[in-house]
Write a protein that binds this ligand. Structure first.
Ligand code: FO1
Length: 321
């Protein structure tokens, strides 16, 4: 029987982890529940950065060094828009990437839900996993920041890309989440899973946003399958990105143990920390979560595959206990 693995994924970290997981478990049936809280509407188009990052990474179309967007990209459309004074200039949409957003927006306009559109886009990219958006409903992560005009909520991408998370975030709000329903297949995949994995994605604005869709947190907690996560914090700093900024907004310290406690033993059965954080193992286990220390740097696919294997081994250990 094929092992059924469900992964709750954000963008770059989630996508790179999935590449390692596919290499570690080539015969597994993998369902990815992707974060759509980062989605943004620009130039009349719907852009889904995290879904696209997973699709391009697994489909061989990603800009490897950057981790997002297309390889071999050009920016003629962006330059032409800028010549008309049409922005935002701070968000880099390339010509090849534009095609994806045009197809997606056209299909949504014709009445297809995002889950069906994602399936159609994946028919081209063949990512080798079943990629589901967390919801077909619109959920948009907003960040409360202080600006010259006072405290206001900005779109997550404005905070992340334009502001480079340089100012403190006072709150992170997944707008629309309360009314959202899990996309078709999400709850079913969790109910049928043999293992549920949280990759080293952002615990607040990626995995946290997926868990904020009503029913998803409960489905993970009740999954009947081991739930194992990998720490995105190594040596008290995010491996990449600016996870510390959004962790502070929800009152969580940037340590591997604090992130495990944030998810909690109600959700997590197992947690992997990096070997430099081996001192945190006892802390995490004291919180009722089985913990192991292994190298957690996704330097290349083989190193990432070893991380994925360690996560699957920890799931087996939890299952056997
Ligand atoms: N990240 C950036 O740092 N700068 C950009 O201009 C940018 C554009 C962009 C366009 C399409 C896309 O799919 C992703 C893009 N990203 C960009 C990445 C994205 O902002 C984030 O890293 C995620 O949303 C967080 O997962």
């Amino acid at each position: 029987m094929q092992q059924r693995i469900v992964v709750l994924a954000g963008g770059i970290g989630g996508a790179r982890f999935l590449r390692g997981l596919k290499s570690a478990a080539p015969d597994a049936d993998i369902t990815v529940i992707g974060n759509t809280g980062d989605d943004i509407h620009l130039f009349g188009l719907k852009v889904c950065p995290d879904l696209d990052t997973v699709m391009y990474t697994l489909g061989g179309g990603i800009h490897e060094e950057q981790g997002w967007g297309r390889a071999g990209e050009t920016f003629a459309v962006k330059e032409e828009l800028a010549a008309y004074g049409v922005g935002p200039e701070w968000f880099g949409l390339g010509d090849r990437d534009f095609a994806t957003h045009i197809v997606r927006t056209q299909m949504l306009g014709a009445g297809y839900p995002l889950s069906a559109v994602t399936e159609a886009l994946c028919a081209r990219w063949q990512p080798g996993v079943r990629l589901l958006p967390m919801s077909d409903d619109r959920v948009e992560t907003h960040v409360l920041v202080d600006t010259e005009d006072g405290r206001k909520a900005v779109h997550f991408q404005e905070y992340w890309v334009r502001m480079r998370a340089s100012v403190p975030a006072h709150a992170i709000v997944p707008v629309g989440a309360e009314q959202a329903k899990p996309a078709p297949g999400v709850l079913e995949a969790l109910a049928a899973a043999d293992v549920v994995l949280f990759p080293p994605s952002n615990p607040v604005v990626s995995v946290g946003t997926i868990l904020s869709v009503p029913g998803v947190r409960e489905a993970v907690a009740d999954a009947g399958a081991p739930v194992v996560g990998l720490s995105p914090i190594v040596g008290d700093a995010p491996v990449r990105g600016m996870a510390d900024k959004v962790l502070a907004a929800v009152g969580v310290e940037s340590t591997a143990a604090a992130v495990a406690r944030h998810y909690g033993s109600g959700l997590l059965d197992g947690w992997l920390v990096d070997t430099v954080d081996a001192g945190a193992v006892a802390d995490v286990e004291a919180a009722g979560i089985r913990c192991r220390a292994v190298p957690l740097m996704m330097t290349d696919v083989p190193a990432t595959a070893r991380m994925a294997s360690a996560a699957l081994a920890l799931a087996e250990e939890v299952r056997g206990s």
